[in-house]
Design a protein around this ligand. Structure first.
Ligand code: NCD
Length: 364
């Protein structure tokens, strides 16, 4: 394991993650990936500790991934599913968390459909003065740090399997395509990719882009007033995001423009190194945001033909679950030459082992 000091007690967001923290996660995950390639895939690192998976929202891969990660570290695991819990009898979320605290939980992995629930539990644990760590496994439309970290690890290990590190993404073009409005995965990925020095291009129909982004836009690219110019991104309907007065952190991290907004897919795909597709989150759509799934697939669905705009060795990621034939064509999803979807799931275990290890090892 890399010898390093880790000072973060909860992992709730990537907004203030440092380069050192990203690299520590990547290196630690690489060590665990090596462990997972052995015949005996288990280490005693978190023996005696309790990891509780508090999932108030459905999940297949994230919940199972945290569970197997905790088991590979020899922790004891508790799995909670809201539908079969005392939440249905009126127990509050904080009382549920305190129940798990009373059973000796050391790390709470929390998913909830409302943004801010993991932060609220973490604040309560801090108020009680207990050394319980909270890990955000996806809160509403806010963040999903472990997914963005496993995406980062998947990409970095593809570039340099022996030494995955943040700087490998500097200057790479990454397109994030689809339902950005509802995507906590996109929000966490924006933080990590910007921190890496990558060029991040968001592409979605205007109805699936957060209104909040309008305030970030300082300059319109393309059109009459400015040609493609040195940035080479210009096309009518594209927006260039430079900074926001209300987001000094983002501003200070953007010495050059790194975040671009597109209402069409093509300029985002042009010469892209990686394409991240996102699921259409129909369960979060309160209004009719799309004319039809067919039209959406035609305009924003990722297909082999559309990938020809990208770099020849382009790879496609998707956090899953996938609506086959909607955000990505079914054949492309299953093609290992382009699709990293299965590698993402595999990488997820090593990355989550790293996160649990970094939070848990200080508690011994
Ligand atoms: C994502 C999530 O739940 O935010 N999935 C995941 O964690 N693997 C994305 C999604 O649900 O579309």
């Amino acid at each position: 394991m890399p010898t390093t000091t880790w000072n973060r007690h909860h992992i709730l967001s990537l907004a203030d993650f440092t380069t050192t923290e990203y690299d520590t996660v990547l290196q630690t995950a690489a060590s665990f990936q090596e462990v997972l390639s052995r015949r005996t895939k288990k280490v005693p690192t978190l023996q005696g500790q309790v990891v509780a998976n508090l999932f108030f929202e459905p999940s297949t891969r994230t919940r199972s991934s945290f569970e197997i990660a905790a088991k590979r570290l020899s922790a004891d695991t508790l799995n909670f599913a809201a539908a079969t819990s005392s939440i249905t009898k009126g127990e509050t979320i904080l009382d549920t968390a305190k129940t798990y605290l009373a059973m000796g939980t050391d790390i709470m992995v929390v998913r909830h459909r409302e943004a801010g629930v993991p932060n609220a539990i973490a604040a309560e644990m801090d108020r009680l003065g207990v050394r319980v760590s909270v890990l955000n496994a996806g809160d509403g439309q806010h963040e999903h740090p472990s997914q963005a970290l496993l995406d980062l690890f998947t990409i970095c290990t593809l570039i340099d399997p022996a030494s995955p590190r943040l700087e490998l993404l500097k200057g790479k073009k990454i397109a994030i395509v689809g339902d950005i409005l509802h995507s906590r995965v996109a929000r966490s990925n924006i933080w990590s990719l910007i921190a890496s020095g990558a060029q991040v291009h968001l592409a979605a129909p205007p109805t699936l882009l957060p209104k909040l982004f309008a305030e970030y836009i300082l300059e319109e690219v393309g059109g009459k007033e400015q040609g493609a110019g040195s940035r080479g991104q210009g096309a009518k309907g594209d927006k260039l995001i430079l900074s926001s007065p209300s987001s000094p952190t983002l501003h200070s991290r953007l010495p050059t423009p790194q975040l671009f907004l597109h209402w069409q897919l093509e300029p985002a795909l042009q010469n892209a190194d990686f394409v991240m597709t996102l699921r259409l989150q129909k369960e979060r759509m309160t209004a009719h945001l799309l004319p039809s799934l067919r039209e959406y697939h035609q305009l924003f669905g990722i297909t082999r033909t559309k990938l020809q705009l990208c770099k020849p060795k382009v790879k496609v990621l998707h956090p899953g679950p996938v609506n086959r034939g909607v955000e990505i064509s079914s054949d492309l999803m299953d093609d290992p030459e382009f699709s990293l979807i299965q590698s993402q799931v595999t990488s997820g275990v090593a990355v989550r082992m790293a996160l649990l290890y970094l939070l848990g090892s200080g508690k011994a």
